[in-house]
Write a protein that binds this ligand. Structure first.
Ligand code: URA
Length: 430
């Protein structure tokens, strides 16, 4: 029965819950595996932003969603409510198409650094908002900050001017973009509620929708070093994001890509910028270049610049071969204050060799990522400082044959590397 004081009629389906305490009624309804209306979700998120829904209620809601799930309509309503908590990037009606990519993250993923200038050379705008690394996977902003002087926070005027001038920027999320997600994510992080597909979907899309894009491509990683360990989990997340984005009016495609081994050879911050420089010249690891071309082609077809991915790919390859992409990357770095005079300096290098003959069967990405963090190349807690010169270069990939005494890893570290040498040697499994 509705309690006294329940005056609203928009929550007719919640009549059996005590509406004198609307947040509790909404949490209880989700706890009982019922669908919430758009109005209920919107009120709940608005209450969280204004303070009438307490952090403990939001955390209970997160757990109810994690256990009971959400329909696509509910997920879309949550996404739009979190989007509405902040600002959207203004969008001139006559500007070029605006696109972006989001990756669910993995070891050695430096694709954003390469993709933004690559797409900008095709005449589209790429206002990329990226994050910092925490735990094993590095963040795009940490990689860029390995470049002396690079600024991840731009004034609105600077960002607009840079987009008009060169078609791309890569910045950190401002406090004004989906602030409800920022606070909600912090609660999820400490209440065991990150691993919910609807919540991940709403979190990612609320921030991407704020950029007023014409198309989004998702790189959903599957494998031992990814958030989603199995192909089935990755498919579920991809489907949730694509359908929810469509419902919110953002054309989105998802590629599911391998994260059973690091992407490319370089893992770390400066070392990944150096590998990006090789890729911009077309000389970097094939898997990094191919994945970047595939994601970019998807977007160009989506916005109608090309009729098929092969034509898009050819155009992307032509601008790479002409040196335009490298030049655009250098202009982006310079406009954001970075001084890049060539490859960045790395910490002293130490080689780890194989002690047997064999075929590489598995690469333990967790151990490699953890060693990079512990040698100072990543952060264990928000706010930890990062040594950009620390990193690892992988000399083998799954399926390679290896001889005893052959280098398998090159470690760049100023301290502690001996302590990790044995674990690193066994991270390559035969
Ligand atoms: N990345 C996000 O932005 N949000 C999540 O919930 C998970 C990953």
């Amino acid at each position: 029965m509705a309690g006294r004081g329940a005056t609203t009629t928009s929550f007719a389906s919640s009549r059996e819950y005590d509406l004198t305490n609307l947040p509790a009624a909404i949490i209880a309804k989700k706890r009982d595996a019922k669908s919430l209306s758009e109005a209920e979700i919107r009120c709940f998120v608005e209450g969280f932003v204004e303070g009438s829904v307490a952090d403990y209620q939001m955390s209970a809601f997160a757990m109810a969603v994690l256990l009971r799930g959400m329909t696509f309509d509910e997920t879309a309503a949550l996404t739009l409510a979190m989007l509405a908590s902040g600002e959207r990037l203004p969008r001139p009606s006559d500007g070029p198409p605006r696109v972006d990519k989001h990756s669910t993250g993995g070891l050695g993923d430096k694709v954003s650094l390469f993709l933004a200038p690559l797409l900008a050379c095709q005449g589209v705008h790429v206002p990329m908002v990226s994050g910092r690394g925490l735990g094993l996977s590095g963040g795009t902003l940490d990689k860029l900050e390995a470049i002396p002087g690079f600024q991840c926070h731009l004034s609105d005027h600077h960002a607009r001017h840079q987009l008009d001038e060169i078609g791309c920027f890569i910045v950190g999320a401002s406090e004004r973009i989906a602030p409800a997600d920022r606070r909600f994510y912090a609660l999820r992080d400490v209440t065991g509620t990150v691993e919910s597909i609807p919540l991940i979907t709403a979190s990612i899309l609320s921030k991407k929708l704020a950029a007023s894009l014409d198309a989004l491509v998702m790189d959903v990683k599957a494998g031992s070093a990814a958030f989603m360990k199995t192909l089935d989990e990755a498919r579920s997340l991809a489907r949730s994001i694509v359908l929810t984005a469509q419902r919110a009016g953002l054309p989105t495609t998802a590629l599911i890509t391998d994260m059973d081994q690091p992407l490319g050879r370089a893992i770390g911050n400066a070392i990944e910028v150096n590998e990006t420089l090789e890729c911009l010249d077309g000389a970097g690891p094939k898997e990094v270049i191919e994945l970047t071309l595939a994601l970019a082609s998807e977007l160009l077809v989506r916005i109608g610049s090309f009729t098929d991915a092969e034509r898009a790919r050819q155009s992307l390859c032509r601008s790479m071969a002409a040196g335009e992409v490298r030049e655009r990357f250098e202009r982006m770095i310079a406009m954001q204050g970075g001084q890049l005079l060539g490859a960045l300096p790395l910490a002293p290098s130490h080689t780890i060799e194989s002690d047997i003959d064999g075929w590489v069967e598995r690469i333990d990405c967790e151990t490699i990522g953890r060693c990079v963090v512990e040698m100072g190349g990543g952060r264990r807690q928000t706010g930890d400082s990062v040594d950009p010169s620390v990193g690892i270069s992988l000399r083998v990939r799954i399926g390679d044959s290896v001889r005893r005494g052959q280098p398998i890893l090159e470690v760049h570290a100023k301290r502690d590397w001996e302590r990790h040498a044995a674990a690193l040697a066994t991270a390559i499994e035969y």
